[in-house]
Design a binder for this molecule. Structure first.
Ligand code: FEO
Length: 404
């Protein structure tokens, strides 16, 4: 998006598209990039920027802010979140507009000092405090751990716009319009859920607290700091966050495997065949060594059942599967059904590690657990299919059709 865009009354989008960063947080692949959305609100008596963007985009961001300001000075910067993808240009803004007041909550201030050395010209706000720009009254709500302790959402009481920062954000750049009604829903929802699973999911119980806190507001638009801006059916978008943070699942399954020579892959295909025999249509088979784990996490967050199958590597769990298990334990999905299987040649190890994972993750488990020596026999594959059928039956018993 090449210029500042008016997105509501006196409210401008001044964000940027980043198609150059390969890995978000140096962890999650970005096949369609990521957008850093930032905003300018112009009242009759004062102006405010809501967040900035990542440092390298300084020229483009400043050009858009100047376009939006149309000759006025910038009076305030509201810092909803101090992570550098949104707070990268605080120092530059203060240099450009000396005396600019930086607005944050008590937990913002140490980070502001740490990252930018800023201790003066700050305004510390508490939950529910307001800032009157003249015709636009901004109200601040702390939403701790969405996605850092100092995270905050800013509500424009005049327009009903909620600047939600990471909450409701998604991966992917703006390829055309900014708004939900200008984009393909399946694409933005997929990337919003992948963002949720990778960045937010660990704090799902806190999402519920935040939704209750913001529930009394008359929210007409949600403008996050990544991805799509929502103006069409805001209740439906809030409903997505409500579902994901309550671990509600759709009818379908993930089968993720780690395999060096294809033997464990064949076991995984056996599980898939059993799932299909049970009547499961949405089956997603992933090679953990070749698929960015954010896609696997996304689909585990979407579907009711998942199976993990891995070979043993140097007496331990295959490394890519180990990484997936570690990420799942960090997020602790709930209300899911799990099946596990392992393989080995000169030393056991994988199945034991998956059993330990299953105990820690505390999910309902289906059998049989399958352990295969070298390559699977027809009997081994039949047991994998049996696990798939059992997983399928548990999925059908515990889900309804997709709400969409
Ligand atoms: Fe998009 Fe937590 O920063």
């Amino acid at each position: 998006m090449y210029k500042a865009l008016l997105v509501n009354k006196d409210t401008w989008w001044v964000g940027v598209n980043d198609l150059e960063t390969d890995m978000f947080e140096s962890l999650w692949t970005l096949p369609q990039g990521v957008a850093y959305n930032a905003y300018v609100v112009k009242g009759t008596s004062a102006t405010a920027a809501i967040d900035t963007v990542k440092g390298p985009w300084v020229d483009e961001y400043f050009r858009k802010v100047e376009e939006a300001l149309e000759g006025r000075r910038l009076d305030y910067l509201v810092v909803n979140h101090m992570e550098p993808d949104h707070a990268g240009l605080i120092s530059q803004l203060r240099s450009r507009w000396p005396g600019l007041k930086v607005v944050g909550n008590p937990k913002t201030m140490p980070l502001l000092k740490g990252y930018h050395g800023v201790e003066q010209d700050t305004v510390t706000v508490k939950d529910g405090d307001t800032l009157d720009l003249g015709g636009h009254v901004l109200q601040f709500f702390t939403v701790p751990m969405l996605h850092w302790p100092e995270s905050m959402a800013t509500f424009d009481t005049s327009t009903g716009v909620l600047f939600s920062n990471d909450a409701f954000g998604g991966f992917g750049v703006h390829e055309g319009g900014l708004f939900d009604d200008q984009k393909n829903r399946a694409r933005w929802e997929d990337e919003m859920l992948r963002y949720y699973a990778a960045i937010v999911a660990r704090y799902s119980n806190i999402v519920q607290v935040a939704l209750k806190k913001l529930g009394g507001l008359d929210i007409k638009n949600i403008f996050p700091s990544h991805g799509t801006l929502f103006r069409t059916d805001v209740k439906q978008v809030i409903g997505l966050y409500d579902r994901w943070s309550r671990y509600e699942a759709e009818r379908g399954a993930v089968v993720a495997y780690g395999s060096m020579y294809g033997n464990t892959r064949r076991m995984a295909e056996g599980v898939c065949a059993g799932l299909a025999e049970a009547g499961i249509e949405d089956i997603h088979l992933f090679d953990t060594a070749r698929q960015d784990l954010s896609f696997i996490l996304r689909d585990i967050w979407r579907y009711k059942g998942f199976a993990l199958l891995a070979c043993t590597y140097n007496t331990q769990l295959f490394p890519a599967m180990e990484s997936l298990c570690s990420k799942l334990l960090n997020r602790m999905p709930k209300k899911r059904v799990l099946g596990i299987a392992g393989s080995y040649s000169w030393s056991k190890g994988a199945l034991t590690a998956l059993q330990e994972f299953a105990e820690k993750v505390k999910l309902e488990k289906v059998g049989p657990e399958v352990e295969v020596y070298t390559s699977p026999t027809p009997e081994d594959l039949a047991r994998c299919a049996e696990m798939g059928r059992n997983l399928g039956a548990a999925i059908l018993a515990g889900t309804v059709e997709s709400p969409n």
